[in-house]
Design a protein around this ligand. Structure first.
Ligand code: SAM
Length: 333
């Protein structure tokens, strides 16, 4: 049992139970809004081993972390991810293990991931047009992503969530085709407002396709939607159900309606740096503590302090906003 005093509570009263772990900074595609074409990836010995990740998860559960999501880079490019899922799912106190993937390597692995104890899967897909997929990701692989989504469904994942980044001037034409695909296959489609985490200075506020506009496009092209009755107020997505019962769409309005005040997340990068916000500038070096032979109590203290120092929010909508040095692929989205 976790005492209330052991919980990860920051100075704004936010209780943290959600840890996102990046297992690699490598990726097999190059989404234009996420990473540059040429990247210096971390050398292998800089990555946390599965044993180090498992150790940190064990420590984190003593402070109330019970939800884990594996991400990257592309998590499935790291060998043995089902083994890691199995190790994490077996840690006492963990109730939920999820994974976010671009889906390219998913089809042959979906069943192994399910069998290992993974129960939540999000697949990123921005378009139903293979030519546009190539343009956005700078790689081929559209068909493999579709196969991956369908394989995840067949393996038992329900719902399979499909995430699309919402970029003004780009995504409008994809909203309805993605909506139709999701309805046809019983998938939960979610749009994430484009955030300033890309390589270079591509992002600007005017390039964010807002959640409200997406809702209008779906209502016009497919049918009316209404707010879902069973909203979790702490979840980043605001859910809408089609009035005809044809499924659910989530809108993650990180820019137009920031949800920082209900944030319950911390992040561990592939090289073992703890970040208390996607947009944080400071990191805590967990890997150095572990490889320096420090005891679990010091890891726990480092996690406690990192959460305690968490700021109010990302400030994207203010003149004070400063883009973090790390790009999305090396933080872990
Ligand atoms: N490779 C995996 C994937 O594609 O899902 C996991 C990592 S990826 C960084 C996680 C999510 O972040 C993806 O859904 C991706 O589209 C999203 N993402 C990346 N850059 C983004 C940005 N600048 N704004 C909003 N979402 C972004």
């Amino acid at each position: 049992m976790i005492l209330p005093t052991d919980r990860l509570i920051d100075k704004f009263g936010r209780v943290h139970n959600n840890l996102r772990i990046s297992v690699t900074d490598r990726c097999n595609i190059r989404c234009v809004y996420c990473m540059p074409e040429v990247v210096d990836f971390l050398p292998r010995h800089d990555l946390l081993t599965f044993e180090e990740i498992e150790r940190f998860v064990r420590v984190a559960t003593t402070l109330g972390i019970d939800k884990i999501r594996l991400t990257g880079g592309e998590p499935l490019v790291r060998r043995g991810v089902p083994t890691l899922v199995e190790k994490i799912a077996a840690v006492p106190g963990i109730v939920d293990v999820g994974l976010t993937t671009n889906g390219i390597l998913l089809a042959p692995m979906a069943k192994a991931l399910w069998d290992a104890g993974l129960r939540r899967i999000n697949v990123s897909l921005d378009t139903m047009d293979p030519a546009k997929f190539l343009e956005l990701t700078r790689r081929t692989g559209f068909e493999q992503v579709i196969e991956g989504i369908l394989a995840a469904k067949a393996a038992g994942f329900d719902p399979v969530k499909v995430n699309a980044v919402a970029i003004k001037g780009t995504t409008e034409a994809d909203v309805v085709p993605l909506g139709r695909f999701a309805r046809e296959h019983g998938l939960e489609l979610r749009f994430i407002e484009y955030m300033p985490l890309d390589a270079g200075d591509l992002w600007e506020r005017g390039k964010v396709l807002f959640a409200a506009d997406i809702l209008d496009l779906l209502a016009e092209g497919i049918g009316p939607l209404s707010p879902a009755p069973d909203q979790d107020p702490r979840a980043p997505a605001v859910d809408y159900d089609y009035d005809d019962g044809g499924g659910r769409v989530g809108l993650i309005a990180s820019v137009s309606r920031p949800f920082c005040m209900s944030c319950n997340r911390v992040r561990l990068t592939a090289d073992g740096k703890l970040r208390n916000c996607l947009f944080a500038h400071d990191e805590t070096d967990i890997r150095a503590l572990m490889r320096g032979g420090r005891p679990d109590s010091e890891l726990a203290q480092a996690l406690r302090e990192s959460v305690a120092e968490k700021w109010e929010g990302h400030q994207i909508n203010t003149a004070r906003f400063i883009k973090p040095e790390r790009l999305m692929h090396s933080i872990g989205g």
